[in-house]
Design a protein around this ligand. Structure first.
Ligand code: FE2
Ligand code: FE2
Length: 320
C-alpha cells in the first residue's frame, strides 16, 4: 500500500511546482509522487465509480448467459462478461495505488456511498438488448475512455489502454449481433428496434449532466484527468452512431435528430435529465436488485477471501 502523503501545499511549494510542471508537460503522475489531496480524492472517486460500473455492468448481460440462442452467442457473451470482470480488477488495482483498499471500496458500493454508471440500472428485456448494449453502451464507454488513456495519473491511463482494446471488441460483437438480427425475420427486426428505443436515451445520459450542471469538469480538465466536457463527448458519440444506425436500418428515437451543415455535426434532442437524476439517486428500474445481487455475491465469497488470507498467513510463517 502506498502511504498517503499529507504535506500541505503551503509548506512545500516545490512539490506543488513539480506536480504542476508534470501536468503541464503532459507527463504522468505516479503513485509515489506528491499530489494534492483533492487530486487524489477526485481520482479515487472516479476510478472507484468506474470499477464498480464494470462489475455491476456484468449483471444486465449476465441475465442472458443461460438463455443465449446458440453456443456461439453464449461463448461470445461469456467472454465479454469476463472482460468486464477483468476491467473491474485493473481499476480496483489502480485505485489501490492511491492508498485506498478494495474491500473499503466494495463496502462503499454495497452501502450506496459510492455510485456506478446509471445505465446499468435498466433491465435487459430481450436478446437484442445484448447487441444494443454492445453497440451503444460499450460504444459510449469507448468515447469516454479513449481520452482517459492520456489521463495524467499513470496507473489509470495505462489500465485504460487495455480496457479500450477490449471495449472495441465488445462494440463490434454487439453490432454484429444486431446486423444478424436485422437480416432475420420481421419479429427479430422489431426486437432490435424496441431495444434501440429503450437504450438510446439512457446511453446519451452516460456522458453525465450537461456542461452547465457539471461543476467538477473544469478542475478535472485543468488536472488533465478529463480531456473533453460531457457535452463534447456526447456530441462525438451521436456523430459516430447516427451513420451506424442508418447502416443497420434502425431508427433512433429522436425526432429532433438532423444534420447541421454549419457545425458539421448532428443536432439532437435533450435527454430527460430528471430521469438521470432519479436513477442516480437510486430510483431507477433495477437499482435495488443490482445492489442486492452484488451484496449477496460479496457475502457468498467471504469464505474465499478468508481461505486466501489464511493461506497467505501460512505461507508467510513457512517462509518467514
Ligand atoms: Fe468494460
Ligand atoms: Fe465493455
Amino acid at each position: 500500500m502506498v502511504p498517503v502523503q499529507t504535506a500541505e501545499p503551503e509548506q512545500v511549494p516545490e512539490l506543488v511546482e513539480r506536480f504542476e510542471a508534470v501536468i503541464a508537460a503532459e507527463q504522468r503522475i505516479e503513485p509515489r509522487d506528491w499530489m494534492p489531496d483533492a487530486y487524489r480524492a477526485t481520482l479515487v472517486r472516479q476510478i472507484a465509480q468506474h470499477a464498480h460500473s464494470e462489475i455491476i455492468g456484468m449483471q444486465p448481460e449476465g441475465n442472458w448467459l443461460t438463455r443465449a440462442p446458440s453456443l456461439r452467442r453464449k461463448a461470445i457473451l461469456l467472454a465479454k462478461a469476463q472482460d468486464e470482470a477483468g476491467h473491474g480488477l485493473y481499476l480496483y488495482a489502480a485505485a489501490e495505488t492511491l492508498g485506498v483498499d478494495r474491500s473499503e471500496l466494495t463496502e462503499k458500493l454495497i452501502s450506496g456511498r459510492q455510485k456506478y454508471s446509471s445505465i446499468f440500472n435498466y433491465p435487459t428485456l430481450n436478446f437484442a438488448d445484448v447487441g444494443v448494449i454492445g453497440w451503444l453502451v460499450d460504444g459510449a464507454a469507448i468515447c469516454n475512455q479513449v481520452p482517459l488513456c492520456r489521463c495524467s495519473y499513470g496507473p489509470y491511463a495505462r489500465a485504460m489502454v487495455r480496457v479500450c482494446k477490449e471495449e472495441s471488441f465488445h462494440q463490434r460483437q454487439g453490432y454484429e449481433l444486431l446486423m444478424t438480427l436485422m437480416h432475420g425475420t420481421e419479429a427479430q427486426r422489431a426486437m432490435v428496434q424496441d431495444a434501440v428505443d429503450r437504450w438510446w436515451w439512457p446511453s446519451l445520459m452516460m456522458f453525465g449532466p450537461p456542461d452547465g450542471d457539471s461543476p467538477n469538469t473544469a478542475q478535472s480538465m485543468a488536472w488533465r484527468i478529463k480531456r473533453h466536457t460531457n457535452d463534447e463527448l456526447r456530441q462525438r458519440f451521436v456523430d459516430m452512431t447516427v451513420p451506424q444506425a442508418e447502416h443497420l436500418g434502425v431508427t433512433l428515437p429522436d425526432p429532433e435528430l438532423r444534420w447541421n451543415e454549419e457545425r458539421g455535426s448532428w443536432d439532437f434532442g435533450e435527454p430527460d435529465w430528471s430521469e438521470l437524476m432519479r436513477v442516480i439517486k437510486g430510483d431507477g428500474p433495477c437499482n435495488t436488485q443490482r445492489i442486492e445481487v452484488r451484496r449477496a455475491a460479496h457475502e457468498d465469497g467471504a469464505w474465499v477471501r478468508e481461505a486466501a488470507a489464511a493461506y497467505a498467513r501460512k505461507e508467510k510463517e513457512r517462509h518467514g
